[in-house]
Design a protein around this ligand. Sequence first.
Ligand SMILES: Nc1nc2c(ncn2[C@@H]2O[C@H](COP(=O)(O)OP(=O)(O)O)[C@@H](O)[C@H]2O)c(=O)[nH]1
Ligand SMILES: [Mg+2]
Length: 334
Amino acid sequence: MKIGIVGLPNVGKSSLFNLLTNAGAQVANFPFTTIDRNVGMVSIQDPRLDHIVGITKSPKMRYASIEFLDIAGLIKDAHKGEGLGNQFLSHIRDVDCIVHLLRCFEAPDVAHTSSQLSPNDDYSVVRTELLLADLEIVERRIEKIKKSAEFREELQKLNRMKEELGQGKTPGETHKDIPLLTTKKEIVVLNMDDEGKFAGGPDGFKVSVKLEEETAEFTEEEKVELREDAGLDTRGLDGLVRLCMEELSIILFYTIKGEEARAWSVAGGTKVLDAAGKIHTDMQKGFIKAEVLAYDDFIKAGGFGEAQNLGYTKIEGKEYIVRDGDIILIKFRG
Ligand SMILES: Nc1nc2c(ncn2[C@@H]2O[C@H](COP(=O)(O)OP(=O)(O)O)[C@@H](O)[C@H]2O)c(=O)[nH]1
Ligand SMILES: [Mg+2]
């Protein structure tokens, strides 16, 4: 699962990416600092894993993570190749969810594409570029197949999509071979003023990249208070990561083995056989059964062995659908 941060130049995309990943991508007051994309893993803060380790005392622990992409700034006419446009658009095609970052902070020293702060207009500029890029790709496919009778059905569908895009609408249908940009999942994120000076703008998740940068060393309580004062979501970046997970229906399961307790992220609806494959291909190939324990029962029993003794664990076959919070022990032929 990949999440792409998208938006106009100088809205704080690379700064947000760095905060999330600690990757140190280049940040600067220029339109095209991010020539290519930056890719990084964001670790998912997880109180449940903290509690598990509190009980198991595992010397090693590892949070689950999701991949984020910092995609270079889109500008008007990007779909025509303006400012490295097409390249950026192809990176967006690759992601499962778009985080659309909007600038809602005044900063005279940081250039902005328009002289006034106008997140609603900025939103439209970017959406329009995505729409036009989709229109172009749909038209290209239509040109290619319009003369062959065998593609009649597809052609009808593409024409319907073309018409909706032409009217500035997100198509109501998807096409398996043409991943449209406008039909992708999208989370609108407002990069707000750190002192709460800006009001208005579209609905979205409110964060202040600057505030998060400046308070990196503060306690969580202090951060929550400052976020509250500035009218932001009190959860900060963790809240954003959780929102992305919800949007993508990502759930977490856990393994406790020898030295290490670990969280894993999978899509909701994943079978335990595939979850095993995520841990190790051998576990999937040689899968025999899974011993599954719900997180709450683990806490209640005070450990995996204790839970086994109390009969809380269940033996499941390969078709079992993993639930959020499951602690799983895979038995396999090695
Ligand atoms: N005042 C203020 N400046 C910011 C904020 N976020 C980013 N900046 C500044 O805006 C400039 C562009 O940031 P960057 O993250 O490179 O933006 P990008 O072009 O969207 O990747 C840098 O000088 C940042 O320090 C913010 O929340 N408040
Ligand atoms: Mg950047």
